[in-house]
Design a protein around this ligand. Structure first.
Ligand SMILES: NC(=O)c1ccc[n+]([C@@H]2O[C@H](COP(=O)([O-])OP(=O)(O)OC[C@H]3O[C@@H](n4cnc5c(N)ncnc54)[C@H](O)[C@@H]3O)[C@@H](O)[C@H]2O)c1
Length: 270
């Protein structure tokens, strides 16, 4: 269903790895809503080749960029403006990675060079993306920048490991940079805190199946899907949310305000 909410708008979508990726589904929805964009991912992710299918489907071009490399980001932003024919209106940062999580290192036994790499990819990259856009004056007034996060930034989920700290940092960057982007360029910056979602990054978390079932049973509306997240992002890219900024917005079926649900009580009752 299209309402042409993004007609004439241009942007960059980071993080579409395969058809389960939240960024992939968001790209499809942005296309349906009339937006045009450049797709970007790390060079290593490109080698899997699937992003080219998405590019074809959405009539978009792909530019490789390691989101930790300022040089790559500078090239991506300037080339995107050339390809799309002007300044940008929306950015989706849908990037996350923890080597400690991937290799099963406990939170209490981190390998710090892996921790640093994860922080650089998952959080500092958001600052780097925004600083590049800001310095190149690449965003149109009333543009919108969104990054994806998880509630482990506020509450303890032991197996989310160092990604919890990365998400707390990411959300703080959204507020701090959002101030300058708002004041100087009239651009919104928000994070969406999404339910557990079966994607490559999500399923890398230990015990993901139990994690997603628990959230489903706790949430009065059930878990938000990747499509729900894409649709929420569309509203934030549209002109209908012009003065929503510096917010961490929960797209989680109500999970974040729950204490316990009947379904969980039933499960644990003798
Ligand atoms: N899946 C979940 O349960 C869930 C829940 C809440 C938030 N999120 C967040 O949503 C975002 C998207 O993740 P997803 O679940 O769609 O998984 P995904 O694995 O499909 O996407 C993660 C992306 O990050 C990219 N990436 C990794 N290193 C990079 C680098 N150096 N430069 C550029 N890109 C790089 C990967 O190539 C991949 O495309 C992440 O920020 C994730 O933390 C996911």
């Amino acid at each position: 269903m299209s309402n042409n909410l993004l007609k004439g708008k241009r942007g960059i979508i980071f993080g579409a790895l395969d058809e389960n990726s939240i960024a992939w589904i968001t790209a499809e929805r942005v296309h349906e809503e009339g937006g045009s964009f450049v797709l970007s991912n790390a060079p290593v992710a490109m080698r899997m080749g699937q992003i080219n299918e998405l590019a074809k489907k959405t009539n978009s071009q792909v530019i490789a960029a390691d989101a930790t490399s300022l040089e790559d980001l500078e090239n991506l932003v300037s080339e995107s403006m050339k390809i799309l024919g002007g300044k940008l209106d929306f950015i989706l940062h849908s990037i996350g990675m923890s080597i400690n999580v991937r290799k099963g290192r406990a939170y209490t036994d981190q390998k710090y060079d892996w921790t640093q790499k994860g922080t650089d990819v998952s959080a500092m990259s958001f600052h780097k993306v925004m600083q590049t856009l800001y310095k190149q004056d690449a965003m149109n007034e009333w543009g919108s920048i969104v990054a994806l996060t998880y509630m482990a930034a506020q509450r303890v989920f032991p197996d989310y490991n160092d990604m919890a700290d990365n998400k707390a940092y990411l959300e703080s960057i959204a507020r701090s940079f959002g101030y300058f982007f708002g004041k100087d360029k009239k651009v919104r910056v928000n994070t969406i805190s999404q339910s557990p979602t079966p994607t490559t990054a999500g399923m890398g978390v230990k015990g993901f199946d139990s994690f997603i079932n628990y959230a489903e049973k706790m949430s009065p509306l059930g878990n938000a899907t990747a499509l729900d997240c894409a649709n929420y992002t569309i509203t934030l890219f549209s002109d209908l949310t012009k003065r929503v900024t510096l917010q961490n917005l929960y797209n989680d079926g109500g999970f974040s305000n729950m204490g316990v649900s009947d379904a969980i009580i039933d499960d644990i009752s003798e």
